[in-house]
Design a protein around this ligand. Structure first.
Ligand SMILES: Nc1ncnc2c1ncn2[C@@H]1O[C@H](COP(=O)(O)OP(=O)(O)O)[C@@H](O)[C@H]1O
Ligand SMILES: [Mg+2]
Length: 223
């Protein structure tokens, strides 16, 4: 059983969606669409009755719901709040460790879909790259047991797949969103770099469209 990604064309590319008991990294620069794609993934799950959780170290719950209001397919998010969609905002000061996560999940167990916005903010108090990597590996191992699929949003510089702290190596899947400067106008593109347990064409650019109606991958490949 796969988890549909919220983008039908991406599901097709990935044998039906994300594999279960995995951690997926979704990387991109500012405004690339990470937050909206994360919300889109959860609305997709919530509409099927799955238990979904957005853990934000960035925007508040109100700000996230406000972003959803701008896109028709995400408007239903508010209907799932208080049912099977939890949006929680935590402070950047919060020192995340496994006990902290365990406490969060104790009040909201058996999660199908989790989005963490963002992995680099969650780990911001790490003392060194080594410390960051050890803690991240622990968190990923813990979450893979608890949650069917976790998406870690990752704030990267232009065209990098992670922050340089080896997130892409630790995760089971890696998606990257970038801006492609075409002659007419820049477009957003999504590439799959890595997806364990899945046969797919790596690193092909697919146009990611964000408009008033929805988020979607356009059917044409771009180069
Ligand atoms: N209805 C819409 N139509 C077109 N673009 C939109 C719409 N809603 C949001 N956006 C664009 O999506 C971008 C926000 O994406 P977001 O997911 O917050 O980026 P990130 O989390 O990667 O920084 C904004 O730049 C915004 O202009
Ligand atoms: Mg964001």
């Amino acid at each position: 059983m796969r988890l549909s990604t919220g983008l039908p064309k991406l599901d097709k590319m990935l044998e039906g969606g994300f594999p279960q008991q995995t951690a997926i990294l979704m990387s991109g620069g500012p405004g690339s669409g990470k937050t909206l794609l994360g919300l889109n993934f959860l609305v997709e799950g919530a509409s099927k009755g799955e238990k979904c959780y957005y853990l934000s170290v960035s925007e508040s719950k109100d700000e996230l719901l406000r972003a959803c209001e701008k896109i028709d397919s995400l408007k239903s998010s508010k209907d799932y709040i208080g049912k099977n969609l939890l949006i929680e905002s935590i402070s950047l000061d919060e020192r995340i460790n496994l006990e902290y996560l365990a406490r969060l999940f104790k009040s909201y167990p058996k999660i199908d879909r989790l989005v963490i916005d963002s992995v680099n903010k969650l780990m911001v108090h790490s003392k060194s790259i080594k410390d960051y990597r050890i803690k991240l590996a622990d968190v990923i191992k813990y979450l893979k047991e608890k949650v069917r699929c976790t998406i870690f949003l990752c704030e990267t510089e232009e065209d990098k797949i992670d922050t340089g702290n080896f997130e892409a190596f630790e995760c089971d899947g890696v998606l990257k969103i970038s801006f492609l400067e075409l002659e007419e106008k820049p477009i957003r593109t999504l590439q799959v770099h890595k997806m364990r347990y899945t046969s797919f064409e790596p690193r092909v650019n697919h146009e990611l469209v964000i408009d008033k109606k929805r988020l979607k991958l356009s059917s044409k490949k771009t180069f």
